[in-house]
Ligand binder design. Structure first.
Ligand SMILES: Cc1cc2nc3c(=O)[nH]c(=O)nc-3n(C[C@H](O)[C@H](O)[C@H](O)COP(=O)(O)OP(=O)(O)OC[C@H]3O[C@@H](n4cnc5c(N)ncnc54)[C@H](O)[C@@H]3O)c2cc1C
Length: 465
């Protein structure tokens, strides 16, 4: 499929057919409107020919039938918060934006599920479940804006995923529209279901390249009785990272264990004045949850491990406001980095937890050797690290250094038995690195799967296969 834009990619005749499905109000093709759907939080852009807002699976199916007949690329879009270029319509065509499919269809705490449309914002699921004493664990940093369709397509994770697992672990069932327009259903409302191939595992994380999710049945869990949160600082980043692998290695599984280095702590403190320790080389935000007595016992064990690793100041949150203050610090990291330069590159590598100290040392050494400013933010308990580099993509010389640094960072992660992404996905950002962690036969198998399910390659073409 050519990437260059062809004139009249969507003829008036095809446009009229599409408008018949969704009405004029939900069909955009004015240049100034289209440009809003040409990018995400990555740094590439590509303008679609049309943006369509479906309201039902039937509309999605009819649009895909038209697109399929005319071989028009179709790229799904939630909130556009992807950091790997996944929703960028590389080959133009149609962007299907799911923001109008934003209904919570059913909450059933007795059977432990919630049924939602793909455009529902992650945070709205959390808010809807709170009065029932339940929650939905996957909590990406973007949870206030990102949609469940995008979360499923990226298999999103977040701080709580250390204990609770990622999006895939919570999908009981899905309704998906294929490139042909066929509407298929995987799974069911049952917590246990091993009927047939586990197709939800294949589609979850496929970045909209195999089908478009129009409904999801998600597992929900009861809220824990107690939550305890602490923030601890260290004079040495190695000690910080070692404390993480020591705690995990001793059999304790916190709900979250987030690491921030000095650069990140100072960037946050500059913006928010939250009382973070500016002198610390590293800090950990640790949260445990469960039954009160068990939490107290676990917290005691955690503090012992922290002390053994030369921990400095430990702040335990005593109130919910205090806990929110600590989380504000962690959750604002991306925003404060964005203030430091015109662009921010937030990458995502994962290594086995025992290798976290070594990987952090490597990230620091590599970025320093290229003369780059860099912070490290990590869901450290599961080995998932976000090296963050503020830079300016219009400065060609600096940008080349950024790219070279990331080449080395990915190589280092692969060398340590790690992988290219723990949660952000592959998109446009990392396709070229796949051979570092997969052999050619495996890449060929993924390509063949794509060819079987989407033979004309109309769904989000140009992404990872
Ligand atoms: C500040 C910030 C913090 C972040 N923190 C995290 C984090 O902690 N954890 C994490 O995992 N990610 C994080 N992300 C990345 C991003 O938010 C997630 O990948 C999120 O899941 C994307 O959701 P979205 O609704 O924005 O999807 P989009 O960005 O719009 O799309 C993402 C992908 O999903 C596809 N898609 C969208 N809707 C559908 C659908 N209905 N059917 C099929 N495919 C579809 C798109 O084609 C695209 O490939 C963060 C991003 C930012 C900017």
């Amino acid at each position: 499929m050519p990437r260059t834009k062809t004139a009249h990619a969507i003829s008036d005749h095809i446009k009229n057919q599409l408008i018949c499905v969704v009405t004029k109000k939900r069909y955009l093709d004015r240049k100034e409107e289209l440009s809003c759907y040409s990018y995400d939080a990555f740094w590439e852009e590509s303008i679609p020919d049309a943006v369509i807002f479906p309201r039902t699976a039937d509309e999605v199916s009819r649009i895909l039938k038209i697109a399929s007949r005319h071989k028009i690329p179709v790229t799904g879009r939630g909130a556009g918060t992807s950091v790997c270029g996944a929703p960028i319509p590389l080959y133009h065509g149609i962007v299907l934006c799911f923001s109008k499919m934003d209904k919570i269809i059913e909450i059933n705490t007795r059977d432990r599920y919630i049924i939602v449309q793909p455009g529902v914002i992650n945070m709205d699921i959390q808010k809807a479940l709170t009065p029932f004493g339940f929650f939905y664990p996957p909590d990406p940093g973007s949870m206030a804006t990102s949609t469940i369709g995008g979360n499923i397509a990226q298999n999103a994770g977040g701080p709580r995923c250390l204990k609770y697992g990622v999006t895939m672990d919570y999908i009981l069932g899905m309704e998906v529209v294929l490139a042909t327009g066929e509407i298929v259903n995987f799974g069911s409302k049952n917590i246990k279901d091993v009927t047939g191939y586990k197709l939800s595992s294949l589609f979850c994380g496929s970045e909209g390249t195999l089908g478009l999710v129009t409904q999801a049945i998600l597992k929900v869990v009861p809220m824990p009785e107690t939550i305890k949160t602490l923030m601890v600082s260290f004079k040495d980043l190695d000690d910080t990272a070692r404390a993480v692998s020591d705690i995990i290695g001793s059999g304790i599984l916190p709900a979250a264990m987030e690491l921030m280095d000095k650069f990140t702590l100072n960037a946050i403190e500059d913006s928010f004045d939250l009382g973070l320790d500016r002198e610390a080389e590293g800090s950990l935000l640790i949260e445990i949850d469960g039954v009160k007595e068990a939490c107290e016992k676990e917290m005691g064990k955690i503090i012992k491990k922290l002390t053994e690793n030369n921990a400095g100041k430990i702040q335990e949150s005593s109130t919910e406001t205090d806990r929110q203050r600590l989380w504000t610090a962690r959750r604002s990291a991306y925003g404060v980095f964005a203030k430091l330069a015109p662009d921010i590159i937030s990458e995502d590598v994962t290594v086995p937890v025992s290798k976290v100290p070594e990987m952090i040392r490597k990230i620091k050494r590599i970025t320093k050797s290229y003369g780059l400013r860099a912070g490290v933010l990590a869901h450290a308990g599961d080995g998932n690290m976000h090296p963050m580099i503020p830079a300016n993509k219009n400065d060609k010389e600096e940008w080349t250094r950024v790219e070279k640094a990331f080449d080395e960072i990915f190589e280092a992660a692969a060398h340590l038995g790690g992988t290219l992404s723990g949660e952000h996905g592959i998109g446009l950002a990392k396709t070229r690195y796949l051979p570092l962690v997969m052999n050619q036969d495996t890449i060929n198998l993924m390509t063949r799967i794509k060819q079987v399910i989407d033979p004309d390659n109309i769904l989000n073409p140009g992404k990872f296969v």
